[in-house]
Design a protein around this ligand. Structure first.
Ligand code: FES
Ligand SMILES: [Fe+2]
Length: 355
């Protein structure tokens, strides 16, 4: 799991007039709406004595800890300590990490890391959102699998024949049907493009945990574009919540929307047991653990990107987190840590780039 990327934390409609506790990267966060109605995201653990802010309440757009009533604003600063005299100073260390938030596509994203704004990798663009001529459906579901296995499944073109009988596929494979396989890379992404007589296919990843699949059908009886976008939040090292969007420029209408959701959920049910049972649980970074073939080129590319982000020091040491996390509370360092030192919670352990 990586810090310094945007993660989908909740549906916008789930953040109401109560704080919402949510889990990402093996740590707890709290979401709430401030007095202006903007969603804010803080580390969930109160730095006084460890209360869970997500179980507190909102007071004038600030979150109040359920244990002794300390209040924190959207920037994570403690604004009120009930036991202090009115003229007493609130200690400078009385603050929790706050994370940048963006509401997009009906989802609340938080940037879980400390990079300054101009260095942050962007959120994947769902360019058909709100665009005329496109219908978009969405769904949310959880898998007991590591985020990288889930993303790689979205990148994997050759499993479809074998895992998805619901799409009318029977496990036959004609290698000559696939032509022109091409890898395209960007600063945060890579994609594999290929074509068959019936459909042009593109699978790509954006960052470690966002992924797209584009299908452009060109059959006699059916032409049209399907665009799948998947935003994955690692809940912890072994489970994810996936926010999946499907955009299409054809077959509009409510009935088709419902059919699309049903079909996509059918695929989900077919994929899930296969991915949840893969071993190792995490996708390997070395070249020896699996026997990849040229058609798995995009997997290798994705893993090269992960290795690069690991070299930047962004990979959470989930073994240390699991072991030490029983006795300690960690927080993803927010951008505020670049401005001031001396925070109560220890930063989440990261794999040292030299290791
Ligand atoms: S633990 Fe939060 S106010 Fe005491
Ligand atoms: Fe699949």
């Amino acid at each position: 799991m990586f810090i310094n990327f945007w993660y989908p934390m909740a549906l916008a409609g789930e953040v109401t007039d109560k704080p919402l506790r949510t889990r990402a990267l093996g740590l707890d966060f709290v979401l709430f709406r401030d007095a202006q109605g903007a969603v804010r995201c803080l580390a969930n653990t109160c730095i006084h004595r460890g209360g869970s802010l997500g179980s507190g309440k909102l007071v004038e757009g600030q979150v109040q800890c359920p244990y002794h009533g300390w209040r924190f604003d959207g920037d994570g600063r403690c604004t009120h300590i009930p036991t202090l005299a009115a003229d007493a100073r609130i200690p400078a260390r009385a603050r929790v990490d706050a994370y940048p938030v963006a509401e997009r596509y009906g989802v609340v994203f938080a940037f879980l890391g400390d990079l300054p704004e101009d260095e942050r990798p962007p959120i994947m663009d769902l360019e058909q959102w709100g665009r005329e001529g496109w219908s978009v459906t969405s769904m949310v579901y959880d898998w007991n699998a590591s985020f990288d296995r889930v993303i790689e499944n979205g990148l994997d073109a050759t499993h479809t024949e074998f895992v998805h009988p619901s799409a009318g596929l029977q496990g036959g494979f004609d290698p000559s049907a696939i032509r022109g396989q091409r890898l395209v890379t960007g600063p945060w992404s890579s994609a594999c493009q290929m074509e068959t007589d019936r459909v042009d296919i593109e699978h790509g990843h954006h960052g470690p945990s966002q992924q797209w699949t584009f299908l452009t059908f060109k059959m006699k009886g059916f032409t049209g574009k399907f665009r799948f976008y998947s935003f994955v939040r690692p809940i912890d090292a072994h489970s994810v919540r996936r926010y999946l969007f499907h955009a299409r420029d054809c077959q509009h209408g409510e009935k088709m929307d419902a059919d699309m959701v049903k079909t996509t959920l059918g695929f989900e049910l077919e994929d899930r047991p296969v991915i949840e049972e893969m071993r190792p649980v995490f996708s390997p970074r070395d070249a020896l653990t699996e026997l990849l073939l040229p058609e798995d080129e995009i997997m290798m590319s994705y893993r090269r990107f992960l290795a690069d982000w690991e070299r930047r020091g962004w990979l959470i040491d989930d073994v240390a987190l699991a072991e030490r996390g029983r006795r300690k509370v960690f927080a993803v360092p927010g951008p505020g840590r670049r401005e001031t030192r001396n925070w109560v919670l220890e930063p989440v352990p990261l794999v040292s780039p030299a290791a």
